[in-house]
Design a protein around this ligand. Structure first.
Ligand SMILES: *Cc1c(COP(=O)(O)O)cnc(C)c1O
Length: 378
């Protein structure tokens, strides 16, 4: 018998209320019943995104919302500045390239956060830059960028700031209106405790000016269509009825909890995970800008990182994430975002200790669990 535990940075586990909402009979999307749900969801999304602007729902994974940002903000031949400090920063570059947008790149060493001042310097040096693309939580490296500081710099320029908050939203604080972040994109399967399948995007009035002049061909991802529909409390195409109903449940749960509590819980779980990693004699991959959504740890020398992840999953049912791209086999990642509690962290660390021991790594058995418990008991 095996029980499955998900400690990955997307998908994340589903609360029973969310799963139950999806088991209900489907309703039609052009009905007063669904419009009621859409209305509630609209308010809930503004709350969780901490914005007074509309939040649009796209039936796609998170990348669809990233693509919506690119095609609606920019045209072929325009210039964008991209912060590339991991696989997801690279995705912004790849999306821009696909649409003929010129990219200036800030290559950040993987495991480090971008320097906001560097963004300011690049904007000053090239006034052609229309959009700055960056990432809240760079999930591939376990780094949180200082979006507040970045926004403080970008908002003083004509450029628009677009942030991939796909894995950060609902785990790490981001305040678009208060800080001056123009565009925020997110996805359903991370901090929002839903299955994959929904993308989200919100835009400031400054960003809408670019939407109005973008010449890029677009149809499904045309936000002008989405805006027209949303103004009538509708969606331009068939809504993801089931996922949106589930979203309504998840948002209600989050609202009961409150954002302050949610962020605090994520911080405590991140602190506990980081303390455990250090107590096991392992190194954090991103010690200076570690994310509260996901912890990346270095695989100790001589150990097969892929085998570690595989054994935890296949033998014990505990799924953590390995390294992506150049970090394959070199790091493992334990997510603590969404519907994750202290007990899940303890269980995950305990399993990690067991498999590390079996693989011949030497440490005091129980040291990681003890360190995590000490954080929780504080
Ligand atoms: C998961 C993730 C994505 C990709 O989202 P998909 O839903 O797989 O399209 C993009 N950016 C970040 C930061 C992520 O964590």
């Amino acid at each position: 018998m095996k029980k499955e535990y998900l400690l990955t940075p997307g998908p994340t586990p589903l609360p029973p209320q969310v799963s139950a909402a999806m088991a209900k009979p489907i309703i039609h999307h052009r009905t007063p019943q669904f419009q009621e749900i859409l209305k509630e969801v609209g308010c809930g999304l503004k709350w969780v995104f901490q914005t007074a602007n509309d939040v649009f729902i796209i039936s796609s994974s998170g990348t669809g919302a990233m693509e919506a940002a690119v095609v609606n903000l920019l045209s072929s031949g325009d210039t964008a500045l991209v912060v590339q400090g991991g696989k997801f920063g690279e995705r912004w570059t790849e999306l821009c390239k696909a649409y003929g947008i010129t990219t200036e790149i800030i290559d950040v060493e993987w495991g480090k956060a971008v320097s906001p001042e560097e963004i300011g310097k690049r904007l000053k040096a090239n006034p052609q830059i229309k959009v700055v693309f960056t990432t809240l939580c760079e999930t591939s490296t376990g780094v949180d960028n200082d979006i507040r500081a970045i926004a403080g710099i970008v908002k003083e320029t004509p450029a628009v700031l677009a942030v991939d908050a796909i894995s950060g939203l609902g785990a790490v604080d981001i305040k678009p209106d208060a800080w001056g972040v123009d565009v925020v994109v997110a996805g359903s399967q991370k901090g929002l405790m839903l299955p994959p399948g929904l993308g989200f995007i919100t835009l400031s009035p400054k960003a809408w000016k670019l939407v109005e002049v973008s010449k890029t061909g677009r149809y499904y991802l045309d936000l002008r269509k989405a805006k027209k529909a949303l103004d009538k409390n509708d969606t331009p195409f068939t809504s993801s009825i089931t996922l949106i109903s589930a979203l309504n449940e998840a948002l209600k749960m989050m609202q009961q909890d409150g954002l302050e509590n949610i962020f605090k819980r994520h911080k405590i779980m991140a602190d506990a995970t980081r303390a455990a990693i250090k107590a096991l004699g392992l190194e954090l991959f991103a010690p200076t800008a570690a994310s509260d959504g996901v912890t990346a740890a270095c695989v100790p020398a001589g150990l097969d990182g892929e085998k570690l992840v595989k054994t935890m999953r296949d033998t014990y049912g505990v799924t953590i994430a390995g390294g992506q791209a150049e970090l394959k086999g070199k790091v493992f990642r334990i997510a603590h975002m969404g519907f994750i509690t202290e007990s899940d962290i303890i269980m995950g660390i305990a399993c990690l200790e067991k498999v590390l021991t079996q693989m011949g790594y030497k440490f005091t058995l129980g040291a990681g669990v003890k360190a995590a418990e000490e954080v929780f008991l504080k």
